[in-house]
Design a protein around this ligand. Structure first.
Ligand SMILES: *[C@@H]1O[C@H](CO)[C@@H](O)[C@H](O)[C@H]1NC(C)=O
Ligand SMILES: *[C@@H]1O[C@H](CO)[C@@H](O)[C@H](O)[C@H]1NC(C)=O
Length: 458
């Protein structure tokens, strides 16, 4: 442990204590967690791939006697970043083979989140793909830093949220988890971390541990993480459009304690409806028709819910998709929606001799593949119209487009340059912190989607 570390955690708190408005985190003195040596921090290319800590190690017992840890300045009032909206995207490790990190145009992005590190039962972390992830993350950080841009490590995800509940449930495992995250933070020279627990107090993928105490324990964990990561580190969480679930299994009315330790939360405003014979919009911006059966699941509803529960607009980031869902369907309108669906004129000028039947994995498809496979064609004005037998409609109720092909009996609910510009304009209007696209390699080679976001924010 070096001197700077002692200075940071022993002297700064004393200084902060004397400041009249300094925040007080009223928790007991903390055990100091060992910081990995600086050699470790630079040897990311020789990283042991999988596990950061295979088994729980004895907790360091060095106690910082009388001084409680304090965060010198609350994140929301910090001047760590300018007020101009941030443009961000996730880089998923599975993009590695087709889309190397160096292909990201960092002139267009402020932050990239590397997805995902997966928490194990014992509070260690492992990778989706131990053979490739560590090297990809190192390369991503190198490429981003070369352009003065930042990288966070995203922890969890839809299939990686199985063990959060028990990890945050005890003091010992919370400390261990924080120690392991700090280890990765140092080792990969990260700029922050993104906790993507889907979801505290609420089942996600189906095999997660869930407890009524999840959100309370999550807060304890985040407070500890905030105290142990360097002050400059950004800590975020990916969340639903409703605030965290409390012990009564309802969204909490006051999450301001979370707002004091998180720099921002990302509203995962997508996957609202998946693939279905009776499909609905993937990522509604608004509930314009006032009759959605999921009125809480729009960007606007998320903004209202989180600000009402104690987050500042500048602590909210809108998550936007670069993918859509493909439904085997011949529906002529989106679910619970009016069919305002006038085909855009000239939208179906089929430039292929044959009708397209989309091929895709699972039930999602990337925007780039809609273009590549010919269901969308870029027009001279930069927008994308239906082609290959697909007609593009615009669902006025959700402000998102959808595609329909009678011949392939497929419907695609997705976002394009028009809807993303609208979303970004909304973010700008309500003064949210920025946008984050899932994910970076769903965009076209010409970056049509991210450029439409940038236009909306401008
Ligand atoms: C939906 O409700 C809002 C707010 O009450 C109202 O301004 C708007 O006109 C309504 N829209 C429709 C289509 O009913
Ligand atoms: C939703 O509202 C629209 C516009 O007012 C209306 O045309 C449509 O029938 C409504 N849908 C349902 C399911 O109520």
């Amino acid at each position: 442990m070096n001197k700077a570390f002692y200075f940071l955690f022993f002297l700064l708190p004393r200084i902060a204590q004397s400041a009249p408005n300094s925040p007080l985190y009223l928790s007991p003195p903390d055990i100091i967690i060992q910081v990995p040596s600086s050699q470790d921090a630079t040897e990311s290319s020789t990283a042991t791939p999988t596990v950061f800590q295979d088994s729980p190690q004895p907790i360091p017992t060095q106690i910082s006697d009388e001084v409680p840890f304090l965060l010198p300045v609350p994140p929301q009032s910090s001047s760590k970043f300018s007020n101009s909206p941030l443009v961000m995207a996730y880089y998923p490790d599975w993009a590695g083979s087709s889309f190397p990190p160096e292909r990201i145009d960092f002139n267009r992005f402020d932050w990239i989140d590397f997805a995902f590190a997966i928490p194990n039962k014992d509070a260690s972390l492992s990778w989706d793909d131990p053979d490739t992830s560590p090297a990809l993350l190192s390369r991503l950080v190198r490429a981003a830093h070369a352009k003065g841009k930042k990288v966070k490590l995203s922890i969890g995800g839809w299939t990686g949220s199985q063990y959060f509940s028990s990890i945050v449930a005890s003091d010992q495992t919370r400390r261990l988890f924080v120690q392991n995250i700090l280890g990765l933070y140092n080792k990969f020279q990260l700029d922050g971390c993104d906790i993507d627990w889907e979801y505290p107090g609420n089942q996600g993928a189906g095999n997660n541990q869930v407890s009524p105490k999840d959100s309370a324990n999550f807060l304890l964990f985040l407070q500890l993480l905030r105290r142990q990561l360097p002050y400059s580190a950004i800590i975020t969480a990916a969340v639903t459009t409703l605030p965290f679930y409390g012990s009564n299994r309802q969204p909490m009315k006051d999450v301001s304690a979370f707002a004091r330790v998180l720099d921002w939360v990302l509203l995962m405003n997508y996957d609202v409806w998946g693939a279905s014979p009776n499909p609905g919009p993937n990522a509604p911006l608004f509930d314009n028709c006032n009759n959605s059966t999921q009125p809480d699941a729009s960007a606007e509803a998320g903004f209202r819910a989180w600000t009402a529960a104690g987050f500042l607009p500048s602590q909210l980031v809108l998550g936007v998709p670069s993918y859509g869902y493909v439904s085997k369907s011949t529906a002529t309108r989106l679910r619970t929606r009016q069919d305002n669906a006038d085909a855009d004129e000239g939208d179906n000028d089929n430039q292929k001799s044959q009708n397209v039947k989309l091929t895709y994995d699972g039930n999602q498809i990337q925007f780039r593949d809609l273009v590549k496979q010919g269901a969308l064609t870029r027009k001279s004005d930069g927008t994308h119209g239906g082609s290959g037998g697909f007609t593009r409609y615009f669902d006025e109720c959700s402000s998102t487009p959808w595609l329909r092909s009678a011949s392939s009996r497929q419907i695609v609910t997705y976002d394009d340059t028009e809807s993303l510009t609208m979303k970004a304009a909304y973010v700008k209007k309500v003064q949210m912190r920025g946008v984050n696209m899932f994910d970076v390699h769903g965009d076209t080679d010409g970056w049509d989607l991210v450029d439409s976001l940038r236009r909306g924010l401008a």
